[in-house]
Design a protein around this ligand. Structure first.
Ligand code: HEC
Length: 122
């Protein structure tokens, strides 16, 4: 009985939305059409934020919380993609994908490259 209850509680809290959603937007998706430079949620990423945090804050709105894809493409099959190509897309943007090079450090962009490549494996 107790284990069941514990499981339920754990499952429940897992389903809670993270406190800081992208742009406070929620399922509607981050606002689009701001043009390059703005980026969803605007602001700079905390220099101490790690890739999983940044992904949830800045990327999940378009790519899904697990990178499974929403309005942006599925990112779970990128393990074989060249690092520099992923880096360039994240840093400079591509099509509707905003550029993030001005919102975070280079090291954080690199962390995201590694994180994206690991998405499908988890
Ligand atoms: C506003 C929505 C949006 C946000 C936010 C966003 N992306 Fe994207 N992303 C896209 C779209 C749309 C594409 C497809 C771009 C194209 O037209 O080539 C894309 C493409 C990509 C690609 C290339 C995928 C491929 O098939 O090669 C990567 C990698 C990527 N995004 C990572 C990220 C990361 C990491 C973040 C967070 C820092 C992020 N994206 C945030 C919309 C978004």
């Amino acid at each position: 009985m107790a284990p069941l209850g514990a499981l339920f509680v754990a499952g429940c809290s897992n389903n809670q939305a993270p406190p800081e959603g992208p742009a406070g937007g929620g399922p509607g998706g981050p606002r689009m059409g701001g043009g390059p430079g703005g980026g969803p949620g605007g602001g700079l990423v905390d220099a101490k934020a790690t890739a999983p945090d940044i992904f949830q804050m800045k990327c999940a709105g378009c790519h899904g919380d697990k990178g499974q894809g929403r309005m942006g493409p599925n990112l779970t099959k990128k393990a074989g993609a060249p690092d520099d190509a992923l880096y360039k897309v994240i840093h400079d943007g591509a099509g509707k994908m905003p550029a993030f090079g001005s919102q975070m450090t280079e090291a954080q962009v690199k962390e995201l490259v590694t994180y994206v490549k690991g998405l499908g494996k988890a």
